[in-house]
Ligand binder design. Structure first.
Ligand code: NAD
Ligand code: ZN
Ligand code: ZN
Length: 381
């Protein structure tokens, strides 16, 4: 079968790989009909995530048709169309039972906090991902969710990650009616976080990025304010000024530790000069949230140690909440929001690329070319 294949930092290609096998009675094999490239894949692509092995297939955002099921699978039938959450979760461990599917204890034997994630290095369990024609889906009775008949499959594929992640970012922010919410990052996740902030009662939503085309998009899509930090001397000062010097009630980090940060630091002044891959947006979030406010982090940090201004966290009495999204927990309410028209995920899809051209898709998304917001990969039919 055809699958994306990682060759090393900034090098991926489409290659032939063996058809996946059922390894456990609870597994299913899914024939992928659409997969996405995510900002999280860029951390792998940029070589920032430990133990990303050559030959691996990435892809944690995919939907498809159930092709085969293991002998113990009860809830799926061959031919079902399914949304597959990006978390590989057992459903029965102490964390899964609390709805913390992103922190499953069984799906990742590594001694790290993260649970299993499809196509996300051996740090996250070593599972092959869905940027392929077929994929093995463990714990098939836990994650996969039938796509409702009425749902557009372009919406469905975005329910595997970016919609739940944006929603959980807003949820973790504990937004109260009338709150001012600042979202750092106008990528797919930040766009969804801004959109979802209104569902929690925000009174004002501000998005910060430096890519004008994304700022234009989010302004219109999420009906929010959007500003370019390249046009500011100091984003923290700007945000303080516009909030009567109190700061925002809630700040969301939808950026993470990305190598693309290296280009940003030189233009943001000495005070903000930080190392490539370090937490620029997180600094801004901590320093521009009000005293007693909440910083919600969904941005992913490949290396586990990053410099953060912890002194300011203590002095301002900030609450920091962070996690991988728990997709399965959120799916029922997000499906309702899509059906009711309160969320329109597919509007963020800008590129539809044959899986054979996966290398181009990664390059375009990574370099933010051609006004790219969200690329999806279509396997050969
Ligand atoms: P993306 O790369 O498309 O978007 C990131 C955006 O941040 C870009 O538009 C970039 O210009 C902007 N940016 C860079 N530095 C900035 C700064 N200092 N301030 C403000 N904006 C800045 O990625 P995405 O798909 O939107 O994902 C965003 C983050 O969310 C990534 O770190 C990704 O790994 C993470 N993520 C987390 C989860 C989760 O479950 N927690 C799920 C999906 C993605
Ligand atoms: Zn993702
Ligand atoms: Zn579990």
């Amino acid at each position: 079968m055809l699958a994306m294949n990682y060759r090393g930092p900034y090098r991926v290609r489409a290659a032939q790989k063996p058809y996946p096998e059922i390894l456990h009675p609870g597994d299913a094999i899914v024939r992928v009909t659409r997969s996405c490239i995510c900002g999280s894949d860029l951390h792998l692509y940029h070589g920032l995530v430990p133990d990303t092995r050559v030959g691996m297939t990435f892809g944690h955002e995919f939907i498809g048709v159930v092709e085969e099921i293991g002998s113990s699978v009860q809830k799926l039938t061959v031919g079902d169309n399914v949304i597959v959450p990006f978390n590989v979760a057992c459903g029965t461990c102490t964390f899964c039972k609390q709805g913390l599917f992103g922190n499953c204890h069984e799906s990742n034997s590594q001694a790290t906090a993260v649970g299993g994630i499809f196509g996300y290095s051996h740090t996250a369990g070593g599972y092959d991902g869905g940027q392929a024609e077929f994929v093995r889906v463990p714990y098939a009775d836990v994650g996969p969710t039938i796509i409702p008949d009425w749902m557009d499959h372009d919406d469905a594929v975005l329910l595997t990650d970016v919609v739940p992640t944006g929603y959980q970012a807003a949820e973790m922010g504990g937004i109260k009616t009338g709150d001012t919410v600042v979202v750092f990052g106008a990528g797919p996740v930040g766009i969804m976080a801004a959109k979802c902030a209104w569902l929690f009662g925000a009174g004002r939503v501000i998005v910060i990025d430096h890519l004008e085309y994304r700022l234009d998009f989010v302004r219109d899509y999420a009906q929010c304010e959007a500003y370019n930090f390249r046009s500011m001397d100091d984003p923290v000062l700007f945000l303080k000024k516009t909030t009567d010097w109190f700061g925002a009630d809630v700040c969301i980090d939808a950026v993470g530790g990305d190598a693309s940060g290296s280009a940003l630091q030189t233009i943001t002044g000495k005070k903000l000069l930080l190392q490539a891959g370090s937490a620029t947006a997180l600094h801004w979030a901590i320093n521009s949230v009000k005293k007693g406010g909440i910083v919600s982090i969904v941005g992913v940090y490949g290396p586990t140690d990053n410099l953060v201004p912890i002194g300011n966290v203590v002095n301002k009495g900030i609450t920091i909440r962070a996690n991988q999204a728990s997709v399965k927990r959120l799916l029922p309410k997000l499906i309702d929001h899509v059906q009711a028209g309160r969320l329109n995920p597919k509007a963020i899809i800008t590129h539809r690329v044959p899986l054979e051209e996966v290398a181009d898709a990664y390059h375009i998304f990574s370099a933010k070319l051609d006004n790219c917001i969200k690329p999806i990969l279509i396997p050969p039919s």
